[in-house]
Design a protein around this ligand. Structure first.
Ligand code: ACO
Length: 323
């Protein structure tokens, strides 16, 4: 049985750090409110001259080094982003050029904060069918460019960053002991587009627009539905929740992470959280958190990992893989 396996992980955060105190100087908020309601202490912010593709390329380079691969090996690039450099070409095309990867397959996936899980499922299909041998899946976002800096209910929640994984084929016995991706559960409920969206776009206002969110309703939707998707992804993978060594959730809010964990009865020590230092980096948050927990020695090769996310669309989903 050929499965796609995550063979390398890397991430990149832009240098500039914006603290809660920095935000309290521009909107009516406080470090105390932000930390208590969200768990966020700071976020990173890209320079004006540092587009999403730059963050993506650096994360991709690091993931390729981790996998022992070079840009010449890359035959598929999937970028999950909701903040592309341009309306077109796809950010993946720009990443291919900047990375120095050869002519191959490259495109973007847009599922907002769930984008990385969706993008992994796409690359998994290519790799498992033999259409790609060295895929780079990147979540890269500059959410700070979508903020209305007069709206305290949203501008404190988001940050910029990128994370990437390399996915390659691995032969195995077809059991859950093999390295590789085991299963997915992906969802979208398009009736809920008005809960979380950007009020601009080329075919509406002709402008980029700002992020708008009905925070309370998104929150309520998140806990119940993410938990359902995690359970479904485990079922699709032939796993019990207890078989998972590490949960790497999308990092939107510590209360959502805790709510999902409580609903599923997870041991808090198995749940990776980087929301305090990264804030919500949308499609980048999962590979950023995965990389952080590998680098600090918690997640090791051979561990069973479950990633889950929810975002605009509303989209949500989960994926289980043995690293
Ligand atoms: N600083 C100070 N006060 C604030 C701030 C702020 N930054 N933002 C809102 N408030 C005020 C509100 O105006 C309100 O005041 P009022 O009672 O006088 O009207 C009060 O705080 C409470 O507001 P709520 O919206 O009820 O606060 P809540 O506890 O729901 O927290 C939050 C808001 C953090 C947005 C929460 O709803 C949430 O986390 N929702 C999930 C949404 C999310 O994380 N989305 C990310 C994108 S989707 C995803 O990635 C999953």
């Amino acid at each position: 049985v050929t499965r796609s396996a995550v063979t390398g992980v890397g991430s990149f955060l832009p240098e500039q750090v914006v603290t809660n105190a920095d935000l309290a100087a521009i909107v009516d908020t406080s470090d105390e409110w932000i930390q208590e309601r969200t768990g966020i202490k700071q976020r990173h912010k890209a320079r004006d001259d540092q587009p999403t593709s730059d963050l993506a390329v650096e994360a991709a380079r690091r993931a390729l080094i981790d996998a022992g691969r070079s840009p010449e090996d890359v035959d598929l690039i999937v970028v999950a982003t909701t903040t592309p450099d341009m309306t077109f070409p796809a950010t993946a095309s720009i990443v291919q050029r900047k990375l120095g990867a050869p002519v191959g397959i490259a495109f973007d996936v847009q599922a907002v904060c769930s984008g990385f899980v969706y993008a992994m499922s796409v690359a998994d299909g290519f790799v498992a069918r033999g259409l790609a041998k060295c895929a780079v899946v990147i979540g890269a976002e500059e959410m700070t460019r979508l903020m209305d800096w007069t709206d305290r209910t949203t501008c404190v929640l988001f940050g910029d960053g990128a994370g990437a994984v390399v996915m390659e084929p691995r032969e195995g016995q077809g059991t859950t002991a093999d390295q590789g991706v085991l299963g997915f559960a992906l969802r979208c409920d398009g009736n809920k587009t008005d809960l979380l969206y950007v009020d601009g776009g080329p075919a509406t206002t002709g402008s980029v627009g700002h992020l708008r969110m009905a925070g309370n309703q998104v929150f309520r939707h998140a806990v119940v539905n993410i938990a359902e998707a995690v359970t479904a992804a485990c079922e699709a993978s032939g796993l019990q929740i207890a078989d998972i060594d590490w949960f790497v959730p999308h990092q939107a809010n510590q209360r959502i992470i805790k709510g999902v964990g409580d609903r599923l009865g997870l041991d808090e020590d198995k749940v990776i959280s980087t929301v305090a230092t990264h804030a919500n980096t949308s499609a980048a948050s999962i590979p950023l958190a995965l990389d952080a927990a590998i680098k600090d020695g918690r997640i090791k090769r051979g561990d069973m990992v479950l990633v889950e996310a929810m975002g605009g669309g509303l989209t949500w989903g989960a994926c289980a893989f043995r690293l």
